[in-house]
Design a protein around this ligand. Structure first.
Ligand SMILES: [Zn+2]
Length: 162
């Protein structure tokens, strides 16, 4: 199932695009824990109990985004050993992380649609997605020649100091 259909189905099945509410209904345990300064969250599955761990220091948006990101891992990458979501490497060239971030953004957009003439930037901002995450939107829908991620990441990485 592709990502768009998966998200549409999730929202329809659970009647919400709130990742915390979806996790609860899917019997995924969500724990808010002290995870230090650099880790936003991670997904684990111990004894077949899926758990989303979220850093308790995050603000409300960051908690929601992390829950959506980890929910993405649990649905898209269930068989992979999910990498930790570290604050400083949240912007990562890692395809898995890109997919989880794109999933999270699309889930948080939910059923919202751009208004006529609205730019992607304003649409995403209206959906509560901060500008620094916009780069994850439609990553794969850009023409091949425009995927100049490494240059972008380099700048971003120096910005994030990692
Ligand atoms: Zn991740």
């Amino acid at each position: 199932m592709d990502e768009e259909r998966l998200i549409t189905k999730l929202i329809k099945t659970y009647g919400t695009n709130d990742p915390l509410a979806i996790a609860e209904q899917k019997n995924i345990l969500v724990l808010f824990e002290p995870l230090g300064k650099n880790i936003w969250g991670y997904f684990s599955s111990a004894h077949r109990i899926p758990i989303i761990h979220i850093n308790e220091k995050l603000n409300e948006f960051e908690r929601t985004f992390t829950a959506a990101h980890e929910l993405g891992h649990s649905l898209l990458h269930a068989k992979l050993n999910t990498p930790f979501l570290r604050k400083n490497t949240l912007i990562s060239v890692d395809r898995i992380e890109q997919e989880a971030n794109r999933f999270a953004i699309k889930l948080l957009i939910g059923n919202a649609k751009p208004e006529q003439g609205e730019t992607v930037k304003f649409f995403l901002l209206r959906c509560g997605i901060p500008e620094w995450l916009h780069v994850y939107f439609n990553v794969d829908e850009q023409p091949e020649g425009k995927k100049n991620w490494s240059a972008f990441w380099k700048d971003e990485q120096s910005f994030w100091g990692c």
